[in-house]
Design a binder for this molecule. Structure first.
Ligand code: B12
Ligand code: SF4
Ligand code: SF4
Length: 399
């Protein structure tokens, strides 16, 4: 096979020495967990993926279905792959309480975009490897069609818990994963076994009941999916369950008892930015495109763009129960983005019910976007306007 060099055939000692050297170098370069797997997935991973897709649990993530064959088989992605080096980086942090007028950004997104940090480290380690042992290689983190969690379990780094993420005995739920595919065959590590036992803390902690069964996630109900991947209007029945989570969700991860072994990350890139620990909803709602890009430069939040982010902020405003924030929602009813306008209607309706319902008729006369019109109509149906009681809020929105 071109480019493939089976240097470890019948030479277990050499293979072990190479693995030990790579492991030591990876740890020295700031990775926290390292394991080796054969470049082949267990049948259970492939069938789990097929079931996930067949049930439509991936929602709008069409990219998951379109490269399913490569996702389910490392060699279908790259036929020279023989070994997968799986690497983990600890991003553990303390999760403090939040107030209703602030938003919660999930822990993984509070620092620098992990894709950049992990990829840079993977590439540097990969260069170090090829300088010593002739191998073709490829590096991946998150975005490629790779099943990172089952590979990490096969490499012994942890096990897929009932919340479907990888749990580590040393770092709990808080590891980012990345991989180096090598064309040389090295002895794999022993796979980790499942240590969930009868625990179901993560399943019970989920605010949207996104787990149809243990080890199975319906992404369409997951707040992480809804606030990050989902591009359109968030279904009305799920909005109240989102609370003040404005980017991702950590509830199932945080509930895991194995987090007692977790430790705070010391990686400077993953330390939380002050602006992202308890951002005030009213301030976030005032971001225009340029201010959004400036505030979130270098973070993963910038990937979703200002409009989708403001949609999330408005859902949190609608859930805040803070009448003072009704004005903030009201100020976005004329936003150029239909997605933002639709979320503003929903938030305004949640905080100032009768004023919003009274404004609906006038607003419907000039709103052309079907999604925003639907939000106004929904308000009219669910909150009958009280005749003759125009408040100042209602006059402002009708204007
Ligand atoms: C798509 C995706 C999402 C989707 C779907 C999540 C999901 N669980 O599939 C959404 C947007 C919801 C999401 C959310 C999050 N994600 Co994400 N996501 C991915 C991505 C790109 C692909 C995952 C995938 O292949 N899913 C498809 C399903 C079929 O695979 P699976 O989860 O392994 O499902 C298995 C089980 O269902 C099992 N199974 C089925 N039936 C049964 C029955 C039994 C008995 C058993 C044992 C197993 C079993 O078979 C399947 C195959 O193994 C990976 C990166 C990557 N390329 O792998 C990151 C990744 C999984 N995400 C990650 C993170 C950090 C998150 C969030 C924590 C972010 C946040 N704070 O908001 C949340 C966690 C939500 C959760 N509980 O999973 C990390 C997880 C790191 C870790 N320690 O595991 C990854 C690995 C990215 C990275 N490189 O670090 N994510
Ligand atoms: S990330 Fe949040 S919404 Fe998604 S499954 Fe976990 S607890 Fe549920
Ligand atoms: S909370 Fe319990 S069931 Fe969920 S992953 Fe952790 S140990 Fe497993």
């Amino acid at each position: 096979m071109p480019g493939s060099r089976r240097i470890a055939d019948g030479a277990e000692t050499v293979s072990a020495a190479i693995r030990d050297a790579i492991r030591a170098e990876a740890l020295a370069r700031g990775f926290d967990a390292v394991g080796f797997a054969e470049a082949a997935l267990a049948d259970s991973a492939r069938t789990g993926l097929a079931e996930f897709l067949a049930r439509g649990y991936h929602g709008e993530m069409a990219w998951m279905a379109s490269r399913a064959e490569q996702r389910g088989d490392p060699r279908a992605l790259w036929d020279e792959a023989r070994t997968v080096v799986v690497l983990g980086m600890n991003y553990g942090a303390t999760i403090g309480p939040s107030t209703s007028d602030t938003g919660v950004v999930s822990v993984y997104a509070r620092g620098r975009d992990y894709h950049d940090t992990v990829k840079k480290r993977l590439k540097a380690l990969a260069r170090w490897i090829v300088e010593r042992w002739p191998s073709e290689l490829k590096v991946f983190v998150d975005t490629a069609p790779v099943m990172e969690k089952p590979l990490a379990q096969q490499a012994g780094i942890g096990w897929q818990g009932k919340h479907t993420n990888l749990v580590s005995r040393d770092f709990g739920s808080w590891l980012f994963l990345g991989e180096i595919y090598l064309s040389i065959a090295l002895e794999p590590d022993a796979a980790e076994s499942d240590h969930c036992g009868s625990c179901r803390a993560c399943l019970d902690a989920c605010p949207t009941q996104a787990f149809p069964a243990p080890y199975r996630l319906d992404a369409r109900r997951c707040i992480s999916y809804l606030t990050i991947e989902h591009k359109g209007v968030i279904p009305a029945e799920l909005r109240p369950l989102i609370g003040n989570r404005i980017y991702g969700c950590d509830d199932c991860l945080a509930a895991c008892p194995w987090n007692k072994y977790a430790r705070a990350t010391t990686e400077p890139d993953f330390l939380p930015r002050a602006a992202l620990t308890a951002p005030r909803l009213a301030e976030l709602a005032g971001l225009d495109d340029a201010a959004f890009r400036q505030l979130f430069a270098g973070t993963s939040i910038k990937r979703i763009g200002r409009d989708r982010f403001l949609r999330n902020v408005l859902i949190a405003i609608g859930n805040s129960g803070e009448p003072a924030l009704a004005e903030v929602a009201c100020s976005l009813l004329d936003d150029p983005s239909a997605l933002v306008r639709a979320a503003a209607v929903s938030a305004f309706g949640a905080l100032a019910r009768s004023e919003a319902a009274q404004a609906a008729t006038a607003r419907l006369r000039r709103e052309a976007d079907p999604l925003v019109r639907e939000e106004w109509r929904h308000l009219q149906l669910t909150i009958p306007a009280k005749a003759g009681t125009h408040s100042s809020d209602a006059r402002a929105v009708e204007a």
